[in-house]
Design a protein around this ligand. Structure first.
Ligand SMILES: [Fe+2]
Length: 317
């Protein structure tokens, strides 16, 4: 089948600059039907926990603390059933490596966006498939990369927070996330919703927003399936490098960096420093460790079983 992306000229110009909605026909692709999803879950499970992230809120999905889980040896069919019945969130990641036919859908979409706006740039494109329960929630967080979320099944509400409209220590928080000192969650305050941009995503819609904007997601109905694509535009790559360098300067040299700007010679030098440091692995010595805290209950579909300390493992994320 042919992927089709629909985007107005104005929205194509707004990509990565402002919140942007676009249309697509990925939902017609059988790759996103139950049968193929089941096969993909089996593949990710067999390839190892580095190719998936299973999450749920504590208190059986109703609490306010995120926890990570492992699939164990449950079949893809049963995992999909559990997601339909529970409050679970599954991200199948690294599709470029383990399922290039899925990644190809993302690549084709990006090619069409580039055709719609030849100034749109993207590097290091990766794709992940999100499969989540009808009422699952994703807590407020920000992502290291720029994101386009291609929504395919179910309905979800996305809350986006403009960095200029909400009060929190953005620079320090972004550095912590980039240097992998903390998970991507941030301390959200309910009053932020007064200034949020809120979108109810239907199948066939995709959303993009400016780099590092905090966001949270409430699923509204149905099994939710979305293709999450991450990339760096030219400016996004520069800003990532600068923030990485600033994080190191603040921690290693005790320097309080100047506000982030992506133009000028200083910025260029910092971009280079940040990207080289990242490549050399000169990260903070205090990288966070993520542990497996639960598994899916094989006896009651949708339930989860907490893992005791001795059963937990450190997950490579
Ligand atoms: Fe995100």
């Amino acid at each position: 089948m042919t992927n089709q992306v629909q985007i107005s000229a104005e929205n194509a110009r707004g990509l990565t600059q402002k919140e942007t909605l676009l249309g697509h026909n990925f939902a017609e692709n059988p790759l996103f039907g139950d049968e193929k999803l089941t096969e993909l879950i089996d593949l990710a499970r067999q390839t190892g926990p580095q190719y998936y992230t299973l999450g749920a809120l504590n208190e059986d999905g109703y609490g306010d603390k995120w926890q990570n889980g492992v699939i164990g040896d449950m079949s893809g069919k049963d995992v999909l059933e559990a997601i339909k019945n529970g409050r679970l969130w599954l991200q199948l990641q690294g599709l470029r490596e383990i399922a290039p036919h899925y990644h190809g859908v993302a690549e084709e979409g990006f090619k069409q966006l580039k055709q719609a706006n030849d100034k749109f740039s993207y590097h290091n494109l990766t794709s992940n498939l999100l499969i989540s329960s009808p009422e699952a929630k994703v807590l407020c967080h920000l992502d290291c990369a720029e994101v386009i979320l291609w929504h395919i099944r179910g309905r979800k509400r996305v809350y986006l927070y403009d960095l200029d409209k909400v009060e929190f220590s953005a620079d320090e928080t972004i550095e912590k996330v980039i240097l992998r000192e903390s998970e991507e969650e941030i301390a959200y305050r309910p009053e932020w919703d007064d200034v949020a941009s809120v979108y109810d995503l239907e199948p066939g819609q995709a959303a993009n927003w400016p780099h590092f904007w905090p966001h949270r997601v409430d699923n509204i109905s149905g099994l939710n399936v979305s293709l999450q694509t991450e990339f760096y535009s030219n400016n996004g790559m520069r800003e990532y490098g600068i923030r990485f360098a600033n994080g190191l300067l603040r921690r290693r040299a005790g320097i309080t960096p100047a506000p982030v700007t992506i133009n000028g010679l200083g910025a260029l030098a910092k971009t280079g420093l940040g990207l080289v440091a990242k490549k050399l692995g000169l990260n903070s010595p205090v990288e966070r460790k993520i542990r497996s805290e639960f598994t899916i209950d094989p006896t009651k579909s949708g339930n989860i079983c907490p893992l005791g300390q001795s059963q937990q493992t450190v997950l490579a994320k």
